[in-house]
Design a protein around this ligand. Structure first.
Ligand code: GTP
Ligand code: MG
Length: 458
């Protein structure tokens, strides 16, 4: 783990992406975890998550310090006595990093560093570091850099010489302007530039989305708490091989694939970044364009780790983030994953209105996947329309194509030659049918047309 340290500008030096970690330059961080119980909450549950976050960032966890307070200390958050305890523990464990599972103000972070004698990182800083390590795509890197800069801008107390050098440095400084003012201005400029570049990417994304919508294939987004198994399920359903691992935030960049559903229909499935409680707001804002994809889905598959002791809390947290990105009103099916670990049987549950609301399955073993396929087919099946066609004898090729590509509900051969076909079509299929060269508008029968009751043929 390589954490940018605003106190030491030299640590921030890399080339094009000043704040993104460099795996080769990464020394192992020996970390102590700090978690306070504030006003009587349970510290232990959140501590386990902090440990997972620390390990996902590549830190070697050397120890844990718990404590409790009625409310945070204004100067150091954890209080003077606790800080002294940590200072001793840091020396004892040979730690070089203290991870505090709370949001610290810039001043608190600084005061604490002084008090404990080593680098201090709060929860937001830790999550940002993991994101920086995972970002692969151009857009992902821009988004992470923006979030990190916004987070660090408020923590800027001394010079950021590397940024100065990138911009040429000499000649930049106005008369009487202090180093700190220069640095702040450089960061502001960089943030502005990142906003502009992300806006360009976002425009491209939007136009790609528009192009997709021209072919009306429904889109399904996998959402859920980090580590719930979204990518594993994505791979199962699409046959893809995106990275899935027992780490928090294994996925950062979104991926999309087409999946075939029962009834010869299809959907676009997308895998994306997982959520976590208290997701830093800067991060949500920076990932706006990634999350816009989620907000425009036709259906959300909300994946839950069914064996996690805090699964209900996770569901709630995910729904909160969904509300923040204006996706709370989208239709949602809860997918309880990892039933191989809990021993539950695959099953499907409906709400009071008869709609499929919950599916239990295992992405790892594949048990219950057919229930999910059924749920998707049924969900999108509601968007189907009934169409009747009358084909003349010479349209045999079109008829064969239709049998191949669409679900034919009923068909009758006419004595005069030709056929009457009844088709249940989703919007994408209707669109496809209308684009067939051999199809003429007059082949469509009015909705009221009734099929002759005799002689159905194979
Ligand atoms: N036992 C069991 N483990 C599973 C199942 N599905 C996924 N996992 C494991 O759960 C861990 C996380 O899986 P991912 O698919 O990476 O989870 P994710 O939701 O994409 O996680 P992020 O990308 O980090 O948000 C991996 O170790 C998977 O092997 C399952 O059905 N059963
Ligand atoms: Mg993933």
């Amino acid at each position: 783990m390589k954490v940018p340290n605003p106190q030491n500008p030299r640590e921030l030096e890399t080339n094009s992406l000043p704040l993104t970690s460099h795996p080769t330059a990464r020394a192992v961080e020996r970390a102590l975890l700090v978690q306070l119980r504030l006003g009587g909450g349970r510290a232990e549950d959140e501590l386990e998550e902090l440990r997972r976050l620390a390990e996902s960032a590549g830190a070697d966890v050397r120890g844990v310090i718990l404590g409790s307070r009625d409310r945070p200390d204004a100067a150091t958050f954890i209080g003077k006595g606790k800080a002294e305890e940590i200072r001793a523990a840091v020396a004892h464990a040979g730690a070089n990093l203290v991870l505090v599972n709370h949001t610290l103000s810039p001043a608190q972070e600084r005061n604490l560093e002084r008090a404990v004698g080593c680098r201090v990182l709060d929860r937001t800083g830790l999550i940002l570091d993991i994101f920086a390590q995972r970002a692969r795509s151009h857009e992902g890197r821009l988004q992470v850099e923006l979030a990190q800069l916004e987070h660090l801008a408020t923590r800027l107390v001394r010079g950021w010489t590397h940024l100065e050098r990138q911009k040429g440095g000499i000649g930049l400084r106005g008369p009487g302007e202090t180093q700190l003012e220069v640095d702040r201005r450089l960061v502001r400029d960089r943030i502005k530039k990142l906003h502009q570049r992300l806006e360009q990417v976002s425009v491209q994304r939007r136009s790609r989305r528009k192009a997709r919508h021209r072919v009306p294939i429904p889109t399904v987004s996998l959402v859920g708490y980090t580590n719930a198994g979204k990518s594993t399920l994505f791979n199962r359903l699409t046959g893809a091989a995106v990275y899935a691992a027992d780490q928090l935030f294994a996925t950062l960049d979104p991926t999309m694939r087409r999946i075939e559903l029962p009834g010869k229909t299809a959907a676009i499935l997308s895998d994306t970044v997982g959520f976590i409680r208290n997701l830093p707001h800067d991060l949500v804002a920076a990932f706006k364009s990634t999350l816009e994809e989620v907000a425009e889905a036709d259906l959300l598959l909300h994946v839950v780790d069914a064996g996690h002791p805090e699964r209900l809390e996770h569901v709630q947290r995910v729904n909160e983030v969904l509300a923040e990105i204006a996706a709370a009103q989208l239709p949602q099916i809860l997918v309880f994953n990892k039933i191989d670990a809990t021993g539950a049987a695959p099953r499907l549950e409906r709400d009071a209105g008869g709609r499929i609301a919950r599916v239990w399955l295992s992405a790892r073993t594949g048990a219950g996947l057919e229930l999910l396929a059924q749920a998707l087919a049924e969900h999108f099946g509601q968007r189907r329309v009934l169409r009747r066609l009358q084909l003349p004898p010479e349209a045999g090729r079109l008829r064969a194509l239709i049998h191949d590509r669409l679900e034919v509900a009923r068909e009758h051969a006419l004595e005069s030659g030709g056929w009457i076909m009844e088709l249940a079509l989703d919007p994408a299929q209707l669109d496809w049918l209308k684009r067939q060269r051999e199809l003429r508008a007059e082949y469509f029968l009015p909705d009221a047309a009734v099929l002759a009751p005799t002689g159905s043929c194979p």
